[in-house]
Design a protein around this ligand. Structure first.
Ligand code: PEP
Ligand code: MG
Length: 588
């Protein structure tokens, strides 16, 4: 049977985008457009009436959003649904509303013009931000702005579709995505948006396949066109041939079968055919994912990226709020454990400083920022300690690059413990503190670092970017960001051997651990603990259960001798073929 690659190589009728939510759908396109609202800058005579109109439009917008928020809460977890709560808060923002009303009074212009101008000012600031997260949030604000203006103009937007269709749109706001999902939407396609766009996040939560960022799908696809959406590879096929329809129908059917099979793996261990057990943990980014983790068969949470809370709430929770978050998480995962990574702020994540660093990835990030801000660091450590009474929490430090950072962290940690003892607050006095191995300096001296810490976890996302000098988020150099580069493989081996020498537990929690192609090699190199996203756990188990540990070791030995990425990849592909192991992307 043909592979996806072969099919795509030959397909001239394909449109490329970003694979935002997995799945294969064959169906009819529905172009979703929203009328562009013309904005009048006309003068007004009656100020009171205009302000009355503004408040009426705000009230109507609030009613609409409250309805969307209710639907979102039924369909998604609370954390995701909170997007709409945040939009509702903007509608009540006294500073924004104050600015709008006083400008209407002073300038005596149509409220729709002032609303547009005032909210656009906020947006421009966000769009200029270097963080993709902030850019995406600017789109959410666009939704609010358009909603108020539409209500000022007393117009309506239709979001009812009465047949099974694939929605094709320039962009989709979170509200559009939720409202449309109530209809019979089979998949989403957008011209704009990236993996972190809310249309993408919501599609994943709702399990609706999506391809985003196509640039020109709305120009190329017409209403009623027959199309195929591939949410695995990020392609759309317009007017498919008989051969393409047959290919994708078969893939779709096999996918349905595969998913049934994967569910059965949930309670089975990840043991190789010759009896080597691999421990699989889950990475958790948002609190709401915990349900998926519990049902995924993970042995615990190997990485909780605590900084995500800051992205979701936009501020630092205080000690009590943090204690509640960590207590809830650790209780839900109990008796398994959770490794809480202290705030990894900086780089491309949550901006803390007003000052824009010229090289944020090489700047005040992770542990460096925490040590510069001991009050912030102590608040988090105290909260984690307070939540540790069930003795199933571990602490992990991000972006460690020197031993001094470990010593300084331990000193602050001891101070926190002493304080809590003085306050007679119970905590787990044996709580373990480990480090991320994600900076080359730690890899080079891994044994020495291991001697001063309770455990290590390799963060390949950063380790690769720092080893190869490639910004992990920069499209221009993404070709140089190579998981299977011999430098990466040999560095992993070096760290693994050093951790063994120091007799300290080691895991891997970067995205590489979730790459099904990398799995036999990682196991063969000697990694026994993998922390990956919950959704990938069944796929990982399936591969591990089909591997022979002895053979993975031979594979690793061979790969360690190669000098090019190509040779390593080919050897791994050969391993899969020789051992008849099917990878997910190939089977579906
Ligand atoms: C990593 O760097 O591999 C990692 C797990 O951390 P993050 O992706 O949050 O930087
Ligand atoms: Mg990292």
């Amino acid at each position: 049977m043909k592979s996806f690659q072969e099919i795509y190589r030959k397909s001239e009728n394909k449109i490329a985008g970003i694979a935002a939510a997995p799945g294969i759908i064959i169906g009819e396109a529905y172009l979703f457009t929203k009328e562009k609202l013309e904005i009048s800058k006309a003068d007004i005579d009656d100020i009171d009436k205009s302000i009355e109109d503004l408040y009426e439009a705000l009230a109507k917008s609030k009613k609409e959003l409250t309805k969307i928020f209710t639907i979102a809460r039924e369909k998604m977890d609370d954390v995701r649904a909170a997007i709409f709560e945040a939009q509702l808060m903007i509608l009540d923002d006294p500073i924004l509303l104050g600015a709008i009303t006083s400008r209407i009074k002073e300038e005596k212009k149509q409220p729709e013009y002032i609303v547009d101008d005032e909210i656009s000012k906020y947006q421009s600031k966000m769009i200029l931000s270097h963080e993709s997260y902030m850019k995406e949030r600017a789109l959410d604000i666009e939704d609010i702005k358009q909603r108020i203006i539409r209500n000022l103009q007393k117009k309506r937007w239709e979001s009812k579709i009465d047949r099974n269709v694939i929605v094709v749109s320039e962009s989709l706001t979170p509200a559009d995505t939720v409202l449309l999902s109530r209809n019979k939407v089979l998949a989403f396609i957008t011209d704009h948006g990236g993996l972190t766009s809310h249309a993408a996040i919501i599609s994943r939560s709702l399990n609706i396949p999506a391809v985003v960022g196509t640039h020109n799908a709305t120009a190329k696809i017409k209403d009623g066109d027959k199309i195929i959406v591939d949410g695995f590879y990020g392609y759309i096929i317009k007017d498919p041939t008989e051969e393409q329809i047959e290919f994708f129908t078969q893939k779709h059917n096999r996918l349905v079968e595969l998913q049934k099979g994967l569910e059965e793996l949930r309670d089975k261990p990840a043991v190789t055919k010759d009896g080597k057990e691999i421990n699989i943990y889950a990475n958790v980014d948002v609190t709401g994912e915990i349900d998926v983790v519990i049902t995924s068969g993970a042995k615990g949470i190997g990485l909780y990226r605590s900084e995500q809370v800051l992205n979701e709430t936009g501020e630092f929770p205080n000690e009590d709020e943090q204690t509640t978050i960590y207590t809830k998480l650790s209780s839900r995962i109990y008796p398994n454990s959770i490794t809480i990574r202290v705030f990894d702020i900086g780089g491309d994540k949550f901006r803390f400083l007003d000052y824009q660093e010229p090289n944020p990835f090489l700047g005040l990030r992770g542990i460096r920022l925490l040590l510069e801000n001991p009050a912030l660091y102590k608040t988090q450590l105290r909260a984690i300690l307070k939540a540790s009474v069930n003795r199933n929490i571990k602490i992990m430090l991000p972006m460690i690059s020197t031993l001094d950072e470990i010593h300084a962290s331990k000193k602050i940690f001891e101070e926190c413990k002493e304080e809590l003892k003085g306050e007679k607050i119970p905590f787990d006095d044996d709580i373990e503190m480990g480090i991320m191995v994600e900076v080359p300096s730690v890899a080079v001296m891994a044994k020495d670092f291991a001697m001063h810490t309770d455990f290590l976890s390799i963060g390949t996302n950063d380790l690769i970017q720092y080893l190869m000098a490639v910004d992990r988020g920069n499209d221009l150099v993404s070709d140089l960001y190579r998981e299977f580069h011999p430098v990466v493989i040999r560095t992993l081996k070096y760290i693994i051997d050093d951790a063994k020498k120091a007799k300290k537990p080691l895991s891997i929690c970067g995205e590489m651990a979730a790459d099904t192609l990398a799995m036999p090699l990682l196991i063969g190199l000697g990694l026994e603990n993998l922390s990956i996203s919950a959704a990938t756990i069944p796929y990982a188990k399936r591969i591990i259960r089909n591997c022979d540990y002895k053979k993975t070791k031979k594979l690793a030995d061979k790969c360690l001798k190669f000098t090019t990425q190509k040779e390593i990849e080919e050897e791994i592909q050969k391993f899969f073929a020789d051992n008849n192991i099917i990878r997910t992307r190939q089977i579906i």
